[in-house]
Design a protein around this ligand. Structure first.
Ligand SMILES: [Fe+2]
Ligand SMILES: [Fe+2]
Length: 473
């Protein structure tokens, strides 16, 4: 199959949509509903156009094209990574068999559910972030927000394509539901808890794109291994777009930390609030919050559902093919996090198959450690002694082995009363959030930036920081 994307079509795609009239008509009738959703639930700041990248090719080189485009004319489409003709299933009971091009009847319900849960998070994040444009710290950041938003919209398209192409009437109904549920709605909320919270400020946005979008990266990584080849190829390409979202989070927190450190040194104080900065301990509290709620997204430490998904070939492990084992795991074990009998945070042995959530969460945690090391280098280079760190896996958890207890960021299990007494030192307080919110004043002039944030090292697509990335309406 040619990877070239056909922009002559109403729906840009590289899946030869024109060759399947029924599917094309079904998706063309979903398209206006999507656009209506974007109008009602997408970014609230009116813009004339935005300097956005659009996928033009799914191959290794030159897959993105940059130009100023009106956002509602963004070319949302259907792009799957190139097909590997001889791809075989890498793991589970079907290991070695050819990858599936159609959904096997026996796994239909499970696969549909996986697509719906993944698909639901994509428009949810657009909804959560819709007001952020009102307080963007620079035009560069405003552009990055919108880029993330349009790509999350495209990720919805990716899942809807699979639902329409492979799940018949039920798939089409699910595709409608993905537009009817809304983040934070009382009647029809989004499926996962973390996606019903508003993203109220830009520090939260950077923490969200670092920690919560990164959960998405790891979930997509497991689906990229799927025996169901169209899903694997879809997720493969989504991961390419996801890299930019990770970049926005990583460099966003870099720049907050850099600015804070600069103000600490300049004014010789930890209390940079009065100088228009975000104190380091407030950054740590936001980190504690976003990291712990993102850990919850990986589910319980053990799960028989996930074991079944693996054995069936629906969802693999992160980096499945690079793992040096039998890829069936029927006899393997893993040490999963657990509450010890003496009430301490420890580990117990479990069958590797039921411990797959733990395996994925650990891959994720190791990745998060890299961010923290990076931010600590920024602090060190600025001559500041304070450091950031990830809290214990037991801290502030609402899902899994530690949901029923409270623990300190050091991982000491404590009573509810002690947690209550100390929690203002560990999680953002009303006053912290109020201060952060007070700093969120929009800066829409080319080349200028808000007081609480350092400018980026470079702009987008080789452009300078001072560039007209966004034309407001
Ligand atoms: Fe996404
Ligand atoms: Fe994302």
């Amino acid at each position: 199959m040619s990877p070239a994307i056909d922009y002559g079509e109403k729906i840009p795609n590289n899946v030869d949509l024109a060759g399947d009239r029924r599917l094309q008509r079904a998706l063309e009738s979903w398209q206006p509903n999507f656009l209506q959703w974007w109008k009602e639930m997408g970014p609230v700041v009116p813009t004339r156009d935005v300097y956005l990248r659009t996928a033009v090719d799914v191959g290794r080189d030159g897959w993105a094209h940059f130009a100023h485009v009106p956002m509602d004319q963004y070319r949302w489409g259907i792009f799957l990574a190139e097909r590997r003709g001889d791809r075989r299933i890498a793991f589970g009971a079907h290991q070695g068999e050819p990858a599936w091009q159609q959904v096997p009847g026996e796994y239909r319900a499970e696969l549909r559910r996986l697509l719906v849960v993944q698909g639901d998070t994509e428009p949810a994040s657009v909804e959560q972030q819709r007001r952020l444009g009102l307080t963007a710290p620079s035009l560069y950041d405003l552009r990055n927000l919108f880029q993330v938003n349009v790509e999350e919209g495209r990720h919805l398209w990716a899942m809807v394509y699979l639902l329409h192409a492979h799940f018949g009437r039920e798939g089409r109904e699910e595709a409608e539901e993905l537009l009817h549920r809304n983040s934070g709605s009382a009647e029809a909320p989004r499926i996962l808890g973390a996606f019903n919270e508003e993203t109220p400020d830009w520090l939260s946005f950077f923490m969200f794109t670092y920690f919560t979008d990164r959960d998405g990266k790891y979930q997509l990584g497991t689906l990229k291994e799927s025996a169901f080849d169209p899903l694997a190829r879809t997720c493969d390409f989504m991961l390419k777009e996801e890299a930019h979202h990770m970049f926005v989070g990583t460099t966003g927190v870099d720049r907050v930390v850099e600015r804070t450190a600069r103000l600490m040194v300049e004014h010789d104080t930890d209390d940079v609030g009065p100088h228009g900065g975000i104190p380091l301990d407030v950054i740590q509290k936001y980190l504690n919050f976003h990291y712990s709620v993102s850990l919850d997204l990986f589910g319980g430490e053990t799960s028989t559902n996930v074991a079944n998904y693996y054995t069936a070939g629906l969802k693999g492990r992160w980096g499945e093919e690079g793992r040096d084992d039998d890829h069936r795991l029927t006899d393997a074990t893993i040490e999963v996090d657990a509450l010890g009998e003496d009430g301490t945070v420890g580990r117990v042995e479990a069958p590797a198959l039921v411990g797959l959530n733990t395996d994925l969460r650990r891959q994720y945690i190791a990745d998060c450690e890299k961010g923290v090391a990076r931010w600590n280098r920024v602090l060190e280079q600025a001559g500041v002694t304070g450091r950031l760190r990830l809290p214990s896996v037991a801290f502030n958890r609402r899902v899994g082995a530690f949901a029923a207890v409270e623990a300190t960021p050091d991982g000491r299990v404590v009573g509810a009363d002690e947690f209550e007494r100390c929690k203002d030192a560990w999680l953002p307080t009303g006053a912290d959030r109020e201060h952060v919110r007070s700093l969120m004043q929009p800066v829409y002039e080319e080349g200028r930036i808000a007081s609480w944030l350092a400018p980026p090292k470079q702009g987008i697509d080789g452009k300078p920081f001072a560039f007209d990335y966004v034309h407001l309406a």
